[in-house]
Design a protein around this ligand. Structure first.
Ligand SMILES: Nc1ncnc2c1ncn2[C@@H]1O[C@H](COP(=O)(O)OP(=O)(O)O)[C@@H](O)[C@H]1O
Ligand SMILES: [Mg+2]
Length: 350
């Protein structure tokens, strides 16, 4: 990439007075051969807020992040970060962003502390300042005890935290996190959420990609849903959940012959017809915000009809539900989801 130029410097001065949104994306397109990864994406992220970019594997999330972080040239459209154009002012953009990616930038042979100090040096911090910053970040991400062990001995959650810490060495105004919790066990995932919430409370603008509605719900002010390179919906988590009718009561009917009876028994729980998955012997009913009272009602009705069920659960809406309701197909119809995808949040009832 080009070294900093006078234009960049001038743009930097202009951008310092930038009053617009932290991120502006207009008509962004990018193809890889016949694969149209981005087909005209538009969105804005107000400064100091969190945008959750929600979509299944292959939706175009990483491509968008790579364009916004200047790692990839778009084919068309425009993207500005704090008023700086990612194509024409890549150095000015890089100076103000942080990126923690799906593929960690951690050097495994080095200790956690060494990893952070080296990054500080790469950002031209004096040696003492790099050391102080590394210690601060290790503390903040609860890595102090492990700081002097090689990073390869870190658990998955610790490596993610180190990766995130490394993206913060330069105190970025705008931070990009590409699926920060994919592959993490549930406890590390919640730990990561805490770390991210803490960061956001300091005023950092954050763009976060995820495959999980509950994660976007936890962390994002606004969510956009992308599918095959297009934004197919946007709003707050509440708005998206309302769109899909809220909670879902779900259960298996081991006896195939009773599947239709079971669907009929629970039909009164919702205005929408229960969905029946014959292959899996599973029934799902959308019950809005009725949650646990709907579960009790379902158990009663099924019992009254003499139907045996297995694993009756109350499920909060997932990305799959959003997809089904927006596109009529499940998120899994496209590319395969990773084998290590998270279980959904469920309240086990039976
Ligand atoms: N470097 C590349 N070369 C060819 N195809 C790519 C490349 N990067 C991404 N793709 C394709 O672009 C689409 C979007 O990918 P990606 O942005 O990685 O999606 P996501 O991050 O949402 O899983 C996918 O079909 C993917 O296979
Ligand atoms: Mg990705």
């Amino acid at each position: 990439m080009s070294p900093p130029t006078i234009t960049d410097t001038v743009a930097g001065v202009t951008s310092a007075a930038w009053n617009g949104p932290a991120i502006v994306v207009e008509g962004l397109t990018k193809s890889f051969g016949d694969v149209h990864a981005l087909r005209g994406v538009d969105f804005e992220v107000p400064r100091g807020t969190v945008l959750g970019v929600l979509g299944p594997n292959g939706a175009g999330k990483t491509t968008a992040v790579r364009v916004l972080t200047t790692l990839l040239q778009p084919d068309g459209g425009k993207a500005l970060v704090e008023g700086r154009d990612v194509v024409h002012q890549p150095d000015a953009v890089r100076a103000i962003i942080g990126l923690a990616g799906q593929s960690a930038a951690i050097q495994e042979e080095l200790t956690g502390r060494e990893n952070l100090e080296i990054i500080g040096r790469l950002y031209h911090l004096p040696k003492a300042a790099a050391r102080t910053r590394a210690a601060e970040l290790l503390e903040r991400f609860n890595l102090t005890d492990a700081a002097d062990r090689p990073a390869k001995t870190f658990s998955g959650g610790m490596q993610r935290r180190l990766d995130l810490a490394s993206s913060l060495v330069a105190r970025p105004a705008v931070l990009f996190l590409d699926e920060p919790t994919t592959g993490l066990d549930p406890r590390s995932r919640i730990g990561m959420w805490e770390v991210i919430r803490d960061l956001v409370s300091t005023g950092t603008t954050l763009l976060l990609t995820t495959q999980y509605l509950d994660e976007a719900d936890e962390l994002a002010d606004q969510i956009i849903v992308i599918d095959h390179g297009r934004v197919i919906a946007g709003g707050t988590a509440e708005e998206l959940k309302d769109m899909v009718g809220g909670d879902v009561v779900e259960f298996i009917v081991p006896d195939d012959d009773r599947l239709d009876d079971a669907a009929q028994a629970v039909a009164g729980l919702s205005d929408a017809a229960p969905s029946v998955d014959r292959g899996a012997g599973q029934i799902a009913v959308r019950v809005g915000g009725k949650g646990s009272s709907a579960v009790i009602q379902a158990v009663r009705q099924l019992d009254a009809a003499g139907i045996v069920t297995d694993g009756l659960t109350l499920r909060r809406p997932s990305l799959d539900d959003v997809f089904l309701s927006l596109t009529g197909h499940s998120a899994e119809d496209g590319d395969a989801l990773p084998a290590n995808r998270h279980p959904r949040s469920t309240d086990h009832v039976a």
